[in-house]
Design a protein. Sequence first.
Length: 179
Amino acid sequence: MSKQTSARRRPGRRAAIAAGLVLAVGLGVSTQVSAQAAVRVPAKISTAKVSAAASRSVTGTPGQVVTRVSDFYGAYIDAKGDYEDPDATLAAALRKHYLTPDFAQRLAAWEGENGVDGVLRAQNVPARWTVTDNGAVGNSHEVVVTLTFGSGETAQKTKLFVLVEKYNRIVDIETTSAR
């Protein structure tokens, strides 16, 4: 095929491609317009609620100890805290993923002796939790997890000291600091 032949064919191909794009865009717009017409929009939205919801954020960094412990506790509490359908399988999988095998065995033994969940150090699930960096301890890192049970005047707080090894696996949970 010579350059002249392919040059003569290009305008036809370009026209076909352009027509296809126009048709696709046209169909997309008409579908979008009909979909938008079907959506019901509330007449009034409280800007106070929208700005309050928009201002809340959570940040984290993969590999950061505080983020990792926060992710574990958040997911674990969610798995255990669904009162209608707690997910014991998920809770066990989270333990397997985040805890070292040695600590998981020690924790199971502790739970057998004390009759409570060793990750939460309680029989029930907290209403809130806070995770704070407590610094390096030897080759490990300590993170403070504050669990709040109940609310208002009857709220009780439990402070846990979570020790994380350099490979980001939990090696211990205690009620006193390793520092």
